[in-house]
Every structure is written in structure tokens, then in C-alpha cells.
Design a protein around this ligand. Structure first.
Ligand code: SF4
Length: 480
């Protein structure tokens, strides 16, 4: 491992408050930041947050409604449950049907629907459990160790989902499984990495299916290709009947908890390559507004830089112990994201020394859905490749697009910030948290669930919507 050195190019933003402000001071602090934002912002700007926790807080506290006119927040693909491919859910469903096996997962994953090919009736793993499958809910991956030791004659599989924030706990599980010599425990890996997804979004912004992207491949995120390309020739019914230019992400609010683990090295690389400001941001209302303000300041000054507005938690080198564990147990791989398609370096697989714990290999799982073609994900070459401070990933072959989710779910457009949940005809009607049609309505970090909890009155009472910022028109997208 090569720990990321402190980067002097990262500007440190004085914290909005040295620690979360007491409730009595929050309103005053927020009012000051809103006033400063109004004084700073002279042009329209579009920012994207890529953390579901931040999306939840922004919607919960109505922070987007406090911004000056023209300053727009897009909700990005910040919910790991939402971006877990249908193929992985299908594989988990197939495992849950095997009587010799115990499948365990975090609670949110139990309600994510599989693909139509899975035949789960939209009920996900909860349906499999109701049908007799042994599906257990865990609050910590390490509980799988107890399950495996208590059931030596049965196989235990942990569905490992999450960003780099939860990946260290999964890595610890893998490490302990080998150390304890447990042969009846394995992992169904679905961990994803945030920075490659940010890069893919900007790659699309910079080159939406351009000459080096003839079929809407790397970075094109499943949007229609140029005239005559394979993707442009998709059946009409797979495309949305609306069109809109790309949303034009001009700056990112980066997830503070991910940076707390990994540090800021990969984000600094992203800024260098893509020339957009990125501000590491926290989760409290004042912290979010401080991050937005810093991003607007950088945009107004025309200085694409990395800034850390969550300095009370995030250090440039991150958490060295957690990083060392991640780099020992996992390797970055190209991975499909639900609704977005295959993202270079967008996921984590078990490193060769831990490959015996791979549930896909142990149980001979095959692809049940069309999220990506069958075959192993590609692994970057070279030591440390793909990790912050390591070699850049090797260029990979053209990427496969994601299959559109079944109508009427707009999750692909929502995960790209190209639509908001109320734009979906099923929002709050056919699709609710009790009966979700898509993953963004399942997880508490999903944008649809957040809007359902805090904004559905906008649909029920149009007068409320009239005083809120208009959502952008829907894009032309094959995602459905
Ligand atoms: S509200 Fe629409 S976009 Fe969101 S999960 Fe439900 S069907 Fe999908």
C-alpha cells in the first residue's frame, strides 16, 4: 500500500462549525450561509451530490429550496442499494432458494426487486424468505461469522453491498473467515466505488457519445449513441419520448464518509483530469451549505480545485488502517451499476488470495439478467492499480450498456440527476416504500424514498409545488 500523501492543492475550508452546532444556533448559521451564497452566486450553476445521505438531508431540510435562483442541485447515484445490478439480486434470489444455504444481507437489500427474469414478482429476497428460503438480516457483516460457526453443515453467503464506507467491514469479514479456517462462508460481492462513477458522469458530460465513444460505450452511461450507432438503433419503445441536453454537472459535492476512509487522493486526480471543482462535504445542514458555498466560490473564480469542507472528519490520507485492509482484500474491477451501465473501476472484487470466498465461483452462478454479458469483470493490472495513489487502471475494452429497467421506473434518469422522483408517473401511486417498483424507493438513501417521505405532498397539493424549484424536463434516455 502507498498511503496518499497530504495534498497541498486541497484547500481546507474552515468548518461551518467545529462540530455539529446546537439546534439553537443551526438556523442562524444556515441563514448566514444562505445569505453568503446569494451574494456569491452571480450566474446559474449546476452541482451534483453523489451521496444518498446528503440527498436525504437536502430533501429533508429543504436546502435546495433555500438556494439562490439559478443554483441547481442534482441528485446523483449516491445510494449503493439503488445501483446494485439486477443481476446480483437475481443471483442472491437463486442462492436463497437452495435449502443447504443461508443467505444474509443488510435490511435494505431484502426489498430490492430482481429482474423480470428472476420471477420474484417484484418482492425481492423478502419474497424468497416468505417462500421458505433461509434469508437473514444482518446489521454487521461480522455476524455472518457467528452464523457460519453455528451452522457448520450449511453454507452461509453474505451479500456484500455498499460504497467504500462499508467495504472495510466486509474486508474484515473476509480476513476473519480465512483466519478462522471457515469453509462454509462466502461473499456475493457487489461493493461499488464512488470516484469512478463521478468520472463516468463527467466523461459523459465532456463527450456524450462522441467520436471515441461510437456506441455509447465508456462514460456514456447507457444514453443513446450517435445517429447510426448500435445504441441509436434501439427499439423506439425503449427510449423516453423527451429530450434534453446533458444536465451539465459543473461541480461535485463529494461524500464525506467515503473520503474519511479513502482520503482525497482519487478526488484530486479527478479534478486534475476533468477540470471541475469537487468539495468534500458533510451531512449536517450547515455543512452541506458550506460545501455548496465553497463549490460556488470555486466556480465563480474559475478555479477547478479540490476543497475539503468536512475537515473535522476527513484527513487527506483517509484512514490508513482501513485503506490497507481494503487494498489487501479487494481489487478494483469494472462493474455494472444499475441504471448506469458498466463503469470502469466502478466495483470491488476479492483479491486472488481471497478468491476462494467468491460465492459466484463456489456456487457456479450464471447471469440471469441482461445487465451485462456473462463473463468475469475485468481487473486493472499492476500493483495497487485503480486505488488512490496507485497506477491508473488499464484501459478496458468498450463497455456494455445497462439494460433499461422495466417501465415505468425512471431510476436510470433519477440516478443521473436527469429527472426527479415526482417526474415518475409511478411515484407515490404504483410505487411506494411499501411496494417499491425500483431500488431508489427501497433504501432510505434512495432519492425516491426521500421525496416520498418529505415531498409527496407536492404531488397531492400542486400549490406546494408551485413555490418549489421546477424539476428539469425528462431526457431522451433508453433507461425507461
Ligand atoms: S418512483 Fe419511479 S423512478 Fe422511483 S423507484 Fe419508483 S418507479 Fe422507479
Amino acid at each position: 500500500m502507498s498511503p496518499a500523501a497530504p495534498n497541498p492543492a486541497v484547500s481546507q475550508v474552515p468548518p461551518a462549525a467545529p462540530k455539529p452546532a446546537p439546534a439553537s444556533q443551526v438556523a442562524e448559521l444556515v441563514a448566514e450561509l444562505v445569505a453568503e451564497l446569494a451574494a456569491t452566486s452571480t450566474r446559474p450553476w449546476t452541482l451534483m451530490e453523489v451521496c444518498g445521505g446528503q440527498t436525504h438531508a437536502i430533501v429533508r431540510w429543504g436546502l435546495d429550496q433555500l438556494l439562490p435562483p439559478g443554483l441547481r442541485l442534482l441528485h446523483g447515484p449516491g445510494c449503493p442499494v439503488c445501483v446494485t445490478p439486477a443481476e446480483t439480486i437475481d443471483q442472491a434470489l437463486a442462492l436463497a432458494c437452495r435449502p443447504e444455504l443461508i443467505l444474509c444481507a443488510y435490511g435494505d437489500m431484502l426489498r430490492v426487486p430482481g429482474s423480470p427474469a428472476s420471477g420474484d414478482g417484484g418482492l425481492g429476497l423478502l419474497g424468497a424468505r416468505a417462500g421458505g428460503g433461509d434469508v437473514r438480516l444482518l446489521t454487521s457483516p461480522l455476524q455472518a461469522l457467528d452464523l457460519a460457526r453455528a451452522n457448520p453443515q450449511r453454507q452461509v453467503v453474505f451479500l456484500a453491498v455498499g460504497f467504500e464506507t462499508t467495504a472495510p467491514a466486509t474486508a474484515l469479514l473476509a480476513d476473519q473467515t480465512l483466519a478462522l479456517g471457515l469453509t462454509n462462508l462466502s461473499l456475493l460481492m457487489a461493493h461499488v466505488r464512488v470516484a469512478p462513477a463521478m468520472e463516468a458522469i463527467l466523461a459523459f458530460e465532456d463527450n456524450p457519445c462522441g467520436e471515441d465513444n461510437p456506441d455509447g460505450a465508456p462514460g456514456c452511461l447507457g444514453l443513446p449513441g450517435p445517429p447510426g450507432s448500435a445504441r441509436q438503433r434501439q427499439p423506439t419503445k425503449q427510449r423516453r419520448p423527451t429530450s434534453r441536453p446533458s444536465p451539465g454537472v459543473q461541480g461535485f459535492l463529494a461524500a464525506g464518509h467515503v473520503a474519511a476512509v479513502l482520503g482525497t487522493g482519487d478526488l484530486a486526480d479527478l479534478v486534475t483530469r476533468r477540470r471541475r471543482p469537487v468539495v468534500v462535504t458533510g451531512f449536517e445542514p450547515a455543512e452541506l451549505l458550506a460545501g455548496i458555498l465553497r463549490c460556488v466560490q470555486l466556480l465563480e473564480a474559475g478555479t477547478p480545485q479540490l476543497a475539503n469542507a468536512y475537515g473535522r472528519v476527513v484527513r487527506p490520507g483517509g484512514n490508513p488502517a482501513a485503506r490497507a485492509l481494503l487494498e489487501r482484500v479487494f481489487v478494483p474491477v469494472d462493474q455494472p451499476w444499475r441504471g448506469l451501465g458498466l463503469i470502469q473501476g466502478g466495483g470491488l472484487a476479492l483479491a486472488p488470495a481471497y478468491a476462494s470466498l467468491d460465492a459466484r465461483q463456489r456456487f457456479g452462478l450464471t447471469s440471469l439478467s441482461a445487465d451485462r454479458p456473462p463473463g468475469p469483470a475485468r481487473t486493472p493490472h499492476g500493483p495497487g492499480a485503480g486505488w488512490p495513489g496507485g497506477e491508473p487502471p488499464a484501459p478496458s475494452a468498450p463497455l456494455a450498456p445497462s439494460a433499461p429497467p422495466p417501465d415505468p421506473c425512471l431510476s436510470g434518469a433519477i440516478l443521473l440527476g436527469r429527472a426527479t422522483p415526482p417526474d415518475c408517473p409511478a411515484f407515490g401511486a404504483a410505487c411506494t416504500p411499501e411496494r417499491p417498483l425500483g431500488a431508489p424507493m427501497v433504501s432510505t438513501e434512495g432519492a425516491c424514498a426521500a421525496y416520498y417521505r418529505y415531498r409527496r405532498q407536492d404531488r397531492e397539493c400542486p400549490q406546494n409545488a408551485a413555490v418549489r424549484p421546477a424539476s428539469p424536463p425528462l431526457p431522451e434516455s433508453p433507461h425507461g
